[in-house]
Write a protein that binds this ligand. Sequence first.
Ligand code: AMP
Length: 439
Amino acid sequence: MSFESLGLRAELLRAVSEKGYSEPTPIQLQAIPPVLEGRDIMGGAQTGTGKTAGFTLPLLHRLMSAGKPEKAHRAVRALVLTPTRELAAQVSESVETYGKYLPLKSTVIYGGVGINPQIQKLRKGVDILVATPGRLLDHVSQKTVDLSKVDILVLDEADRMLDMGFIRDIRKVLALLPRQKQTLLFSATFSDEIKRLADDLLRSPALIEVARRNTACELVTQVVHPVDKSRKRELLSYLIGSNNWKQVLVFNRTKHGANRLAEQLNTDGITASAIHGNKSQGARTKALADFKSGKVRVLVATDIAARGLDINQLPHVVNFELPNVAEDYVHRIGRTGRAGNEGEAMSLVCVDELKLLKDIERLIKRGIPKVVIEGYEPDLSIKPEPINRGRGRAQQTARKPAGKKTAPARNGQRPSFKGRSNNQSRSGNRARHSSQNAR
Ligand code: AMP
């Protein structure tokens, strides 16, 4: 099946072919026809599946079908809401790329940068607006944006927006939109809260689901390296150095921890920067650009900051700490093995994190091979301690999703690496000084 046979306009086909896409991805095949028909969509897909083009291409097509925009009366006709600044910037870039041969205007608005340049752009008139909810409401309260003509609404990564505590902001935005409109909702997971939102918003939606790339595509090789907490940094430097990894995305639970780890890696002679919600937008953009260009080898990120990062062919993802919420593990390892490339995701797991590991294995419905690296064997006499949750689960506005608390290890029930599937370290099948042996 080709893009041509989907019935997209020639200008869009030209932009797609310039991007080098030879055929639509599964989510694009499923999403483009119903969106072109004007139907609402409930899409189960995460970043990395090609979902951005899946909604952007038909959205641009429909805006053009509705008639050429009148220059003098340009009003926002398509609104895309995203949870993070990075994702907003990426979606906006896609809108520009795919729409480059169309006479449509778009812009992006998010917090952390000056509002005045955004006001100037909005004043000139835009057809497509990509926004994070908080900054959009700032514009609403300053009356610098008019949402009364929105025909198409996209909620991208809706689960993450709810996780970040944006539900009230989203509902406020919804109240400003016309009742009659086409709504496309994308979410990697479907909690009861998402289903409620979908019930309120969508009219007989087309249900679209593409398999999670990590479980279906099997492109990501996963491994757990059991190690003491105090030796994780040393092991990370060792893995990067001995394998000569050039580009590694490392996840940390907290902003403070991310900063500290980046500093320590730099001290070890491994160039690293941190990316998290406390950094200015300029610093975040620079950290990402330096990482993409190869100027820094390691990018240490918190979950929220990393959400939506599109780094092509990222070969290595390391979970320096496991996430508090199991779903985040899926998002994290989704950063590697993208667009048909193989990737590897490794997790440095200390005794405190065994409960988190169990939650993850339950979610992905399989055990992850455990491989002890020689010289970094965990000290089995160390007792688990409750995880320091820090404040880095999300940005300041975030609230914890209900019912996702992670209990500290229970007294008297020592979690252990023993007795787990694939626990090669305990069967004498030890990894040598190379992670290649880890698989
Ligand atoms: P997304 O899931 O929208 O973040 O897209 C993930 C990556 O896949 C991006 O780098 C896109 O440029 C790329 N991509 C999107 N559609 C296609 C396609 N049909 N063929 C090849 N790559 C694609």
